[in-house]
Write a protein of this length. Structure first.
Length: 240
């Protein structure tokens, strides 16, 4: 299931499945906990008309880390809880943060005072914007799909590949200048023709109060298409 909620994309196919609960009762319902690549948690829920979810329609419900911890503590084993959430010292809260394994190893050994200092450093980092160069790809099927291809047509459709991370907008623009967006035309069974579109963009990363990237990015610039791709579109649209 895929859904956009408050500008954020949630997808049960790409997120990590954590666990589920589904009481075997007449008023059947099911909850599944997922963790996205950026560390954010959400529940996929569904139930019959007589269940606590009423409508019988599937839903996605974003969760804070605290809510995810409470759900995991209630429904999953202690081992699974410890596997997902590291121990948090009293007085501090846990955030989702991707760091190299060797740094995590060192962080696990911090005492309380060191952990507070570490947390202050993390806060300082999160307050600064990060400029990322991302590669988006999307496949358009059938000859007529050429009409759907335009600048920005790949954005927010699937998970992009991060190519570079820059400290300033100027540095990001210099990095983006090395790339050109492109279109590849290929023959394919059933569809006749497919077009694979690749676009390169500068995204200004924004972080929320939990330290997640918000997935509501500000796209500052899209790399122009190469000459072949522009000419291909013109030919297919009959403009030449």
């Amino acid at each position: 299931m895929k859904k956009i909620i408050n500008g954020k994309r949630y997808d049960t196919d790409t997120a990590e499945f954590i666990g589920s609960v589904h009481p075997g009762k007449l008023e059947y319902w099911r909850e599944e906990l997922y963790r996205k690549r950026n560390g954010e948690f959400f529940l996929y829920v569904i139930g019959g008309p007589s269940s606590k979810y009423g409508s019988g329609n599937a839903e996605i419900r974003p969760l804070s880390i605290k809510e995810a911890q409470e759900w995991t503590e209630k429904h999953l084993s202690a081992d699974r809880y410890e596997e997902i959430f590291s121990k948090v010292d009293e007085g501090l809260v846990q955030i989702a943060l991707r760091i190299p394994p060797e740094l995590k190893e060192a962080a696990d050994k911090l005492d309380y005072t060191q952990a507070e200092i570490f947390a202050e450093g993390v806060k300082a980092i999160l307050s600064k914007p990060v400029f990322r160069i991302l590669e988006f790809t999307k496949t358009f099927k059938g000859k007529g799909s050429i009409n759907e291809i335009e600048e920005g047509c790949t954005l927010y459709d699937g998970d992009p590949r991060e190519i570079a991370r820059c400290r300033s907008e100027e540095e990001a623009r210099r990095e983006l200048s090395k790339y050109r967006s492109d279109i590849h035309k290929m023959d394919a069974p059933f569809y006749g023709i497919i077009y694979k579109v690749t676009e390169y963009v500068i995204e200004k990363a924004v972080f929320d109060e939990d330290g997640y990237d918000t997935e509501d990015p500000e796209v500052l610039e899209i790399a122009p298409w190469d000459d072949y791709s522009r000419n291909l579109i013109k030919r297919m649209e009959g403009l030449e």
